[in-house]
Write a protein that binds this ligand. Structure first.
Ligand code: NAD
Length: 433
């Protein structure tokens, strides 16, 4: 098939490249010329394992192109995928200006009688497919366009793997013709294809992310209660997860969810409820627990140092919101560092790939280290913030020989508490003090 993918971010670039890998002709469009120039020069603007090899081979095979010109790309395509950002707005609602802007441009382009499927892959409020359809019709009332919802479920850090091994593909459309085309497009990826109406499809995406966020906030709340009673959350979740109705996945206590999806999507579905006069009590609580969770790290620091942390030096191991990504959007490290700075703590930080993105979001005097050990040199405490392999490789013995004080606050419960304690460390995890 001939495809246009609009937006070359984490979703657009990965899914466009993957569709090319499946043998389709794909034109990826982005409005940022520098981004398109970099892609045309073989550079990948984001960090995503396995992506460069795939982009290189599909460009070389002539199946993948990058351009800033949306209209000719759309005119040449059977399927147009919208994969632009839907960031949080001030009210908590999704900011739809990018999606609507693309809809207007598509409307201007589809001035012939060719049938096209427009697919919304961005995470969007319920009713967006209808709205995009009417924006296109405003520009071209005779356009032969079916607007569908195919939400994206890839995870940053394993986006390529997820795209080729999806748990399911959801196709939201009321048109049999569009359902047939989109089923054919996605069939090579999975047999688990669910065809439903666009509104249900749009809700599936928000409900899935909100449910995962709920699991995280739930387990973090239990971990915080464990802290008061000397129970170990890792033992608790191991025992809980053996119940088939609960399952072991996504039950890790830590410093809360971050990234460009869960925080904004929980707020957006909450907003969808509120504008209809329904108070989403549970979603509000999920959000509230998460807002505070990253600062538990600073609470632990204060407990260990008897509330006297001014002028101490703290090493942060990892900055990205999770390993294997350079994405710093809503990363818990940002809140932790800002809070430490308010207390007058000196910050040393290490991240293998997110340093440049972090520098754009942080202010003040921060030492960005070459590696995890360099970050910990002379520090009074270390905090594990992102469980990168490079951060997990540090040993308590080595750390003890270079740190000023042997203090480890493990925000991901990823280290063996016993090893650190036996090496003479004060070790605090989340819910396993
Ligand atoms: P992103 O911010 O990384 O990329 C968006 C891209 O769209 C940018 O490169 C931007 O320049 C481009 N763009 C904006 N307006 C444009 C226009 N008019 N024409 C051409 N290009 C335009 O965003 P992302 O992380 O890829 O997310 C995209 C959507 O997918 C969001 O709705 C997000 O919620 C959803 N999503 C993201 C993930 C994820 O892990 N990042 C996973 C699933 C779903």
């Amino acid at each position: 098939m001939k495809l246009t993918v609009v937006g070359t971010g984490y979703v657009g670039l990965v899914s466009g490249t993957s569709f090319a890998e499946l043998g389709n002709d794909v034109i990826c469009v982005d409005k940022i010329p520098e981004k398109v120039d970099r892609l045309n020069n073989g550079e990948i603007p984001i960090y995503e394992p396995g992506l460069k090899e795939l982009v290189d081979s599909n460009r070389a095979a002539g199946r993948l192109q990058f351009t800033t010109e949306l209209q000719p790309a759309v005119q040449a395509s059977d399927v147009v995928v919208i994969a632009v950002g839907t960031p949080e707005s001030e009210t908590g609602a999704a900011n739809m200006s990018y999606v609507y802007g693309v809809a207007d441009e598509i409307g201007e382009a589809v001035n012939d009688d060719k049938f096209r499927v427009v697919v919304n892959k961005s995470t969007v409020p319920v009713g967006t497919a209808d709205r995009v359809r009417s924006l296109i019709a405003d520009k071209n009332p005779d356009a032969q366009v079916e607007v569908c919802s195919v939400p994206e479920f890839l995870r940053e850090g394993s986006a390529v793997k997820d795209t080729f091994n999806p748990d399911r593909v959801i196709i939201g459309t009321n048109s049999d013709k569009a359902a047939g085309i989109l089923t054919e497009l996605h069939q090579p990826l999975t047999d688990n294809i669910v065809v439903t109406d666009p509104r249900s499809s749009e809700m599936i995406k928000y409900a899935s992310n909100a449910f995962l966020a709920t699991k995280i906030s739930f387990v973090n709340e239990v971990a915080n209660i464990c802290d008061y009673y000397g129970a170990d959350i890792n033992a608790v979740t191991r025992g809980m997860g053996m119940d088939n109705r609960i399952g072991p996945k996504f039950l890790n206590a830590g410093i809360g969810y971050g990234g460009s999806c869960f925080p904004k999507d929980v707020k957006a579905i909450k907003h969808l409820a509120e504008v209809k006069g329904y108070y989403p009590q549970l979603l509000q609580a999920v959000n509230d627990v998460n807002e505070k969770q990253s600062l538990r790290m600073v609470d632990h620091l204060n407990v260990i140092f008897n509330e006297d942390i001014r002028n101490i030096t703290v090493a942060l191991l990892g900055l990205a919101f999770k390993p294997n990504t350079d994405d710093m959007r809503e990363a818990p490290s940002l809140k932790i560092i800002r809070s430490l700075q308010e207390y007058g703590v000196k910050v040393r930080a290490f991240d293998p790939v997110a340093e440049d993105n972090a520098k754009q979001l942080l202010e003040g005097d921060i030492y960005f280290a070459e590696n995890a050990l360099d970050a910990c040199e002379g520090a009074d405490a270390a905090m594990l913030v992102t469980e990168w392999d490079e951060c997990l490789q540090v040993t308590p013995e080595k750390l003890k020989s270079i740190m000023n004080k042997p203090v480890m606050i493990d925000g991901r419960n990823a280290f063996e508490a016993k090893e650190f304690k036996e090496a003479g460390f004060i070790y605090h995890g989340i819910g396993r003090k």
